[in-house]
Structure formats: structure tokens, C-alpha cells
Design a protein around this ligand. Structure first.
Ligand SMILES: CC(C)(COP(=O)(O)OP(=O)(O)OC[C@H]1O[C@@H](n2cnc3c(N)ncnc32)[C@H](O)[C@@H]1OP(=O)(O)O)[C@@H](O)C(=O)NCCC(=O)NCCS
Length: 157
């Protein structure tokens, strides 16, 4: 059973221990970096990034970081959610957990927890075929834009 849990004093070390494979290292920042970014955002933004430990029953197997942008804040000039980081630990990949967790992320976004939105944006390295296929299966369409070397994709809500 996959669930999203708030990152707490009890589980944050587990989140920091999660690793992707060596080949995937260039596809995503470390969870340490992402949590540091969340802290900086927390000190400077109105709304904290939506960071969660992805759990299979009681075990932490992944991490996700999402955010909400108003039309003014958004690079794409529309009120939207973004999925900035999404990873499943290498020992738990290829077992359907990524798909289940991402479905849960979209379910959460569709409750509009931080405000209204018309779309979800994310980006991935051009060679990240697994991510491309996964996101496309949920209806994400590549916009043709490249952001920091990454392919941008959009889902209309
Ligand atoms: C992307 C990621 C989260 C997918 O997690 P996962 O738990 O392996 O995903 P699933 O097991 O649900 O598999 C999803 C699909 O990818 C396929 N897949 C998973 N790992 C694969 C691999 N190493 N090679 C080929 N296909 C793979 C699965 O077969 C499945 O395809 P299907 O829908 O046709 O059955 C995981 O690979 C990951 O953490 N990658 C590194 C970080 C990253 O790239 N994040 C995304 C960009 S920010």
C-alpha cells in the first residue's frame, strides 16, 4: 500500500538515505539538496513546497517535491502545480511503485491543496526514457520548451 507521509523528525533520515542507480544520478538532485531547497523556500516563500516521503506500508521507498505557482510566479504564465522531484529508491524500482505514487501525486494535486490551477508542469533529462514514458502514460505532453537542458511537459487539469 503506497502512501505519502509528511517528512518528520522520525523519517527524514530514511528519506536522506534513499538512492537512485548510478546511471540515474544525473537525472535528479539528491534528496539532501531538495530538502535544503525546501528550507530556503520555506524561509522566503508564502507557501512551503509539498515534500513527502513515499511509503510502502511503513517503509520509506521514495521522495516527491511539488509546488504551486500563481500565474505571475509561473514561468508558463498560468496558475499551475509543478513536480520538481520524484524518485523511487533503486531497490524498489520496477515494481509498479513509481506509477502508483505518481497517480497519488496527481490525485493530491487535483484537490488543489495550495490553490487553483489549470495544469501541471514537470521536466526531465532528454535521455530519461523511463520518466518520459511514465509521465506520458498519465497524459503529459511535451511543450517543445527546454528548461536547463530538460524537456518540459505539461498536463492539462
Ligand atoms: C522514474 C521512477 C520514479 C520510476 O519508478 P519505478 O518504481 O521504477 O516505476 P514503475 O515500477 O511504476 O514503472 C513505471 C514504468 O517504467 C518501466 N520501468 C521502470 N524501470 C525501468 C527500467 N530500469 N528500464 C525500463 N523500464 C523501466 C516499467 O516497466 C513501467 O512501464 P509500464 O508502465 O510499461 O509497465 C524511477 O525510475 C526513478 O526514481 N528514477 C530516477 C529519478 C528520476 O528519473 N525521476 C524522474 C525525473 S525527476
Amino acid at each position: 500500500m503506497i502512501s505519502f507521509r509528511k517528512i518528520t523528525w522520525d523519517n527524514y533520515r530514511e528519506v536522506l538515505k534513499l538512492k537512485v542507480t548510478e546511471e540515474q544520478d544525473d537525472f535528479i538532485a539528491s534528496n539532501m539538496f531538495s530538502l535544503a531547497q525546501s528550507y530556503v523556500a520555506l524561509l522566503n516563500d508564502d507557501l512551503p513546497p509539498m515534500t513527502y516521503a513515499i511509503c510502502r506500508d511503513e517503509v520509506v521507498i521514495g521522495f516527491i517535491m511539488m509546488f504551486h505557482d500563481t500565474a505571475e510566479e509561473s514561468d508558463y504564465s498560468e496558475e499551475s502545480y509543478g513536480v520538481l522531484r520524484f524518485m523511487i529508491d533503486k531497490d524498489y524500482q520496477g515494481q509498479g511503485y513509481g506509477k502508483a505514487a505518481f497517480a497519488k501525486a496527481l490525485e493530491l494535486i487535483r484537490t488543489f491543496p495550495q490553490g487553483e490551477a489549470v495544469s501541471v508542469y514537470l521536466s526531465y533529462e532528454p535521455q530519461n526514457e523511463v520518466a518520459r514514458k511514465l509521465y506520458a502514460s498519465f497524459g503529459f505532453v511535451e511543450t517543445g520548451e527546454i528548461d536547463g537542458g530538460e524537456v518540459v511537459a505539461r498536463l492539462a487539469l
